[in-house]
Design a protein around this ligand. Structure first.
Ligand code: GTP
Ligand code: MG
Length: 429
């Protein structure tokens, strides 16, 4: 089947790229490319005229043909770089459909590449991550994976586990006393090493996923604590209303900012207090909802407020006129800007830690869940080993762990996994 889609964003632009992929892609364009110089043997890039159904030229475009399997999708592929007028784009797509192609679904070009063995699943996920990351650090993690970083790591972990299984199976028929000396000891050491690696992967993912999708930081505290003043200072704009009247802010006010390359959605909220005012009550409820879902809560001037599982820091504001009676994590003046630099560092460190992020390889929740599954069985295997339990059970757990790792890179996999992976793509990719 030949598929067609525009790979560039909708709207007017200087240039837009329409992609056509499939066995018939090169023949497909011959119906609307004037004197098409393309054939199915030689890849080519040419400036060509595009002609409408009535034979009239409607654009001049650069057309590049790739001959499968040497293309992104692994099959014949054509990229038409036309002028970025939506009318031109939709006419090219219409003419391609007239000639036998169908509209591509979101992510279908990359899915085709995966199905043709051009990318493994984790590499395909990197493509989505590169496109959607909100920061350059997130993009870099994706690019590293596209080059096979995670796949290599997974293969190396897998081969350690496979060699344990192979050795144990070889020794299954031998009595306990005749087991290769050191076999169980060595297996235990490898298992420990693997579980440490898997643990590292998970920890790094939790931290770096913020570089891809951003972190939400909520400012919370009693009325008049200076939340809106702090919000305005951090977003560098007088966006939120500041007055000396308690209960000024009611709606949640949001703005994207960036702290040392980390994308943050900052939220100003209504001051926490028991209010008789119905509207303010709703605002206070919203403040708590936002805080519960936040990656970090910045609590201003209230040491009594805290959140079990959600990360939070206690910040004392108005240091220009008061000194705190209790110990806060940090002291600032939102009004004068004193301590703001330190606050930004504290926010960054609370979210990311002080680690350098270049080692992160996992870039999707699906991959992280698979690693967690593998780790669970590795831990169980370790318990069995320590307890001197049956070798069969030990092998079973290690094999389960291996199949979790397999699901990360698998070349062929179940349709539901594929749908999860490729549904996050845009049409044309
Ligand atoms: N001196 C001093 N005044 C501040 C500081 N931060 C805020 N204020 C003042 O405190 C008052 C309340 O500030 P807001 O930023 O509106 O406080 P808020 O926490 O958003 O209040 P609500 O929206 O009512 O919950 C205003 O008069 C601010 O000018 C500060 O660091 N120092
Ligand atoms: Mg306010």
């Amino acid at each position: 089947m030949t598929i067609v889609a525009c790979s560039t964003p909708p709207g007017v632009s200087g240039i837009a790229v329409v992609r056509i992929s499939g066995k018939g892609a090169i023949k497909n364009i011959s119906t609307f490319v004037k004197d098409s110089p393309f054939d199915e043997k030689t890849p080519l890039s040419r400036v060509c005229f595009l002609v409408d159904r009535d034979g009239e030229v409607f654009d001049e475009a650069v057309i590049t043909s790739y001959v499968g399997p040497n293309s992104y999708t692994g099959e014949n592929l054509v990229e038409i770089s036309c002028h970025g007028n939506p009318k031109i784009i939709s006419r090219i797509i219409d003419l391609s459909v007239d000639a036998g192609s169908r509209l591509a679904e979101a992510g279908e070009f990359t899915k085709t590449a995966f199905l043709n063995g051009k990318l493994d699943l984790s590499e395909a996920e990197s493509v989505a991550s590169i496109i959607h990351s909100l920061s350059l650090t997130g993009v870099k993690a994706g690019v590293k994976n596209l080059k096979g970083g995670l796949s290599k790591e997974i293969h190396s972990i897998k081969s350690s586990l496979i060699s344990i299984v192979a050795n144990l199976e070889f020794n299954l028929d031998i009595s306990e006393e005749d087991l290769q000396p050191n076999l169980l000891k060595q297996s235990g050491e490898t298992i420990l090493r693997v579980s440490k690696k898997l643990n590292d992967c998970i920890r790094c993912f939790e931290e770096t996923k913020m570089f891809q999708s951003g972190a939400s930081v909520v400012i919370l505290g009693p009325p008049n604590a200076g939340k809106s003043t702090l919000f305005n200072r951090l977003v560098n704009k007088n966006q939120s209303i500041v007055t000396s009247v308690e209960g000024t802010t009611r709606d949640v006010i949001e703005k994207n900012i960036n702290i040392s390359g980390l994308p943050i959605l900052l939220k100003d909220t209504a001051g926490i207090r028991d209010s008789g005012d119905d509207v303010e009550k709703i605002g206070v409820e919203r403040s708590f909802v936002e805080a519960k879902d936040a990656d970090l809560v910045v609590i201003l001037n209230d040491k009594g407020l805290s959140f079990g599982d959600t990360k939070h820091i206690h910040v004392f504001n108005k240091s220009d006129i008061k000194t705190p009676d209790e110990k806060y994590d940090i002291s600032i003046s939102a009004k004068t800007g004193d301590g703001i630099k330190k606050l930004k560092e504290t926010v960054y460190n609370s979210l990311i830690g002080s680690k350098i992020q270049t080692d992160t390889l996992i870039i999707s929740k699906r991959q992280c869940n698979a690693i967690k599954g593998a780790l669970k069985h590795i831990k169980e295997a370790r318990m069995l080993l320590l307890a001197g339990d049956s070798i069969e059970l030990l092998i079973e757990d290690i094999n389960k762990s291996i199949s979790y790792l397999d699901s990360i890179t698998e070349k062929t996999t179940k349709d539901d996994v594929l749908d999860v992976v490729f549904s996050s793509f845009c049409v044309g990719k």
